[in-house]
Ligand binder design. Sequence first.
Ligand code: F6P
Length: 560
Amino acid sequence: MASSTALISDTEAWKDLKGHVEDIKKTHLRDLMTDANRCQSMMMEFDGLLLDYSRQRATVETVDKLLNLAKAAQLTEKISRMFNGEHINSTENRSVLHVALRAPKDAVIKADGKNVVPEVWNVLDKIKEFSEKIRSGSWVGTTGKPLKDVIAIGIGGSFLGPLFVHTALQTDPEALESAKGRQLRFLANIDPVDVARNINGLNPETTLVVVVSKTFTTAETMLNARTLREWITAALGASAVAKHMVAVSTNLALVEKFGIDPNNAFAFWDWVGGRYSVCSAVGVLPLSLQYGFSVVEKFLKGASSIDQHFQSTPIEKNIPVLLGLLSVWNVSFLGYPARAILPYSQALEKFAPHIQQVSMESNGKGVSIDGLPLPFETGEIDFGEPGTNGQHSFYQLIHQGRVIPCDFIGIVKSQQPVYLKGEVVSNHDELMSNFFAQPDALAYGKTPEQLQKENVSENLIPHKTFSGNRPSLSLLLPELTAYNVGQLLAIYEHRVAVQGFVWGINSFDQWGVELGKVLATHVRKQLHSSRTQGTTLEGFNYSTTTLLKRYLETSSEPQM
Ligand code: F6P
């Protein structure tokens, strides 16, 4: 077993897997897929979901060795420590308890000795009451009109998760019905173009602005909040802030300082990481305003179902654990640096951008949790697009260029089925034909012999050959309701945690985002003094000085 200060790469289990890579290199998925027993052992079902990882470059022996690695990494213990509220985010001295955000009312989850579930439900009940007031029109704007449009301001974790869920629910029949006549928009980028896009066509009289920021100090969010405060007060007067602006934050003192009534603030806690906060008021408030609390509650229940599975299922049958271990196998042993997230669902178009933050901000680290430099890479480069769009974009590279493990996510029942009389299949069947075909195309490829049999001309054979042996996994969801969206979210959140637990890193801090913020502060000060006092540029290297000079000399920013 690895002691807490040892690197996982020093364990026998890691070395055993390193050696095993040679065995796997001798295999081809074309052959591995003929073993029905192997394939059957690589199917996992839970709560309506079906995971098939038989197209991973792994044998039953590989999975056993990965489970041994999990034991060497004390994975089960680490999962328990997370659920028990221990300060596993040691560099910030915090618990990691996003699971408490979706726990049933009667659950007991403690942080620092105190059950946090009642506090969570206090906020959820407050959101329920507030969102019902807004939706029913009993809370109106300063001119007496109902607030039918919402702009949620926030960035990173205070944006990507809520946007993903909103996009996923937009076409769900139940959610669609309950959102009638309402709009939800997200203002994230400090680019003023994003402000223009967000306010385009909206009337301050009927708009509610929700400022979402864990810290309430994020430069982009705060400037965007001041910009929309100006938009509201210019039209409706200073007192309109009380009716038209609310906040979600852990920093209620700064919310009040900003001018938002603390009664109109929705709290969360420092044991919720930004990128893990979509189940807190960060996501629940804007989504409840748009869809009603009862729809959002189903989303929380879906996530909670996976939490319980993750917490209590033995590792060999535990979906997030298996997914996490396979990712470690692909990254650290097979050497594949990237992963493609390919939902065959337009409603999941914002899933990959959300998982990019969850995964890359969590696991892109260079040292172990104890500060030791890592002799191996962690994290993977996540990207993705819905199928079939991606097929007509970057799949060429995945089929014949670099090997990129793929996650195929399919939905059995479409949110919006269409069948045209006379067509061979329904539109959703057409979509899903691709979902089922692509993993085999990657796994099996096409040999020169097959091409010769098809009388392909000799000069084209190398171009039309597919090496195959390209790993993927398939996750099939019964439908895409709020509940299933919650399940999907929690599976990926926990998978990322599993990877971090095995690599022995802290997946819950993000020091890597700080340096750029500090340097931007220097630039901001310089821009101010150059524009207001004509100060010459100082303290920048040749490159930045040249670029800044060009920017200042040729830009036409409004006068200060
Ligand atoms: O810059 C990264 C980050 O700190 C993320 O981790 C976080 O989700 C985002 O900024 C927004 O932070 P906040 O919610 O405090 O505004």
